[in-house]
Ligand binder design. Structure first.
Ligand code: G3H
Ligand code: 13P
Ligand code: NA
Ligand code: ZN
Length: 328
C-alpha cells in the first residue's frame, strides 16, 4: 500500500529501525527494490530526483511505481521526491501522487548557492502548508552536504554548492535545527554531517574528523521527536569498486559511509538513509562484467538481468543492516 513518509518513519522510530531510501530512474531499479523488499519483508521508500523525473518522464516513472504498489499489496511503499529545489517541483510531485516530498532549501533554486536560514525556512514552510493539506509528508534540509576534508560540495556529478565552505557553514547547527523544525513543521530533517553525494566522499576510511556523527547525537538530543535523514549515505563498498575496475572501469580508490556509522546514527534518531551510488556501482559492475564475458551478446536483457540482480543484493543488504527487514 502507498503510505506517507511520516507514517513509515513514526513506525521506524517506535521500533528503532532505519529505512533506506533508494533512488530510481527506470523499471529495473524499481523491480530490484520490490524484489528485495518482498524477500526481506521490508517497507520501502522509492525516491525520484528531479533528474530522474526528467529522464524517465513522470508518466512512465509514476506508472512504474504505482505498478509496484499494486503488485506487492503487502509492502508499504512511500513515493518520495528527492531534492525538490523549489515549491513548484514539490507541488508537481504532489499532483503526480507522490506521498512525500523533499523541499531542499539549503541551496537556492539553482542548486549551487547556499541559502540563508530565512529563505530555507520560508520555502519549506510554504511546501509544508500545501503538502500537509494533501496528507503528503515533507523532508527539509538544513546545513550543506559537502566534504569536511576540502570544504567543497561534490562537483563531478553536477551536484552541490559552488566554492568552499568552512566546517561551521557546512554542518547543521543544533540550535538552528530546533528553530527550523519549529518554524516549518517538517516531518523529517536532512542534516549535514560531512557526507556528500556520489562515490568520492572521503579519501580515507572516515573518522570523527571528517564524518561528524557527534552532530547527529547533538541534534537528536535537541529534537528527540524529529526524524533525521542522512543523505550521501552510500558505503561505496570495496568489492563493488573492484568489480567495476576489473571489467574495464576506472573508479579511483575512494571511501563511503561505513554501515556501522549509519547503524550508530539509527540509534540516535536517523530514520531515512539515502542510497543511490551503491546501486549505481552494482548495476554498472554487473553490466560491465556481462558485456566483457560475452562480447557477442546484444540483447539488453542479457546484461540488465544481472544488473537487476546485483542491485537487489545491495538493497537486501541495506534493508537487513538498517533493520527495516521484517517490518513490512
Ligand atoms: O541527489 C542525488 C541522487 O543520487 C540523485 O542523483 O540527480 O543524478 O538523479 P541525480
Ligand atoms: P549517495 O550518492 O551516497 O548514494 O547518496 C544519495 C542521496 O543522498 C540521494 O539524495
Ligand atoms: Na530526499
Ligand atoms: Zn541527497
Amino acid at each position: 500500500a502507498l503510505i506517507p513518509l511520516r507514517v513509515l518513519l513514526d513506525h521506524a522510530a517506535e521500533n528503532n529501525y532505519g529505512v533506506a531510501a533508494f533512488n530510481v530512474n527506470n523499471m529495473e531499479q524499481i523491480q530490484s527494490i520490490m524484489e528485495a523488499a518482498d524477500e526481506t519483508d521490508s517497507p520501502v521508500i522509492i525516491q525520484a530526483s528531479r533528474g530522474a523525473r526528467a529522464y524517465s518522464q513522470d508518466r512512465y516513472l509514476v506508472g512504474l511505481m504505482q505498478a509496484a504498489v499494486e503488485l506487492y499489496p503487502h509492502i508499504p511503499v512511500v513515493m518520495h521526491q528527492d531534492h525538490g529545489n523549489s515549491p513548484e517541483t514539490c507541488f508537481s510531485a504532489i499532483r503526480n501522487n507522490f506521498t512525500s516530498v523533499m523541499m531542499d532549501g539549503s541551496l537556492k533554486e539553482d542548486g549551487k548557492t547556499p541559502a540563508d536560514f530565512e529563505y530555507n525556512a520560508e520555502v519549506t514552510r510554504k511546501v509544508v502548508d500545501v503538502a500537509h493539506a494533501f496528507g503528503v509528508s515533507v523532508e527539509g534540509e538544513l546545513g550543506c552536504l559537502g566534504s569536511l576534508e576540502t570544504g567543497q560540495g561534490e562537483k563531478e556529478d553536477g551536484h552541490g554548492f559552488e566554492g568552499t565552505l568552512s566546517k561551521e557553514e557546512l554542518l547543521t547547527d543544533p540550535d538552528e535545527a530546533e528553530r527550523f523544525v519549529e518554524l516549518t513543521k517538517v516531518d523529517a530533517l536532512a542534516i549535514a554531517i560531512g557526507t556528500s553525494h556520489g562515490a568520492y566522499k572521503f579519501t580515507r576510511k572516515p573518522d570523527g574528523a571528517i564524518l561528524a556523527m557527534e552532530q547527529v547525537k547533538a541534534i537528536h538530543k535537541r529534537l528527540p521527536n524529529t526524524h533525521l535523514v542522512m543523505h550521501g549515505s552510500s558505503s561505496v563498498p570495496q568489492d563493488l569498486q573492484d568489480i567495476v575496475n576489473k571489467f574495464g572501469g576506472d573508479i579511483k580508490q575512494t571511501w563511503g559511509v561505513p554501515v556501522e556509522e549509519i547503524q550508530e546514527g539509527i540509534k540516535h534518531g536517523v530514520r531515512k538513509i539515502n542510497v543511490d551510488t551503491d546501486n549505481r556501482l552494482a548495476i554498472t559492475g554487473a553490466i560491465r562484467q556481462a558485456l566483457m564475458e560475452k562480447p557477442g551478446e546484444f540483447d539488453p536483457r542479457y546484461y540488465l538481468k544481472p544488473a537487476r540482480a546485483a542491485m537487489k543484493e545491495v538493497c537486501k543488504q541495506r534493508m537487513t543492516q538498517f533493520g527495516q527487514a521484517g517490518q513490512a
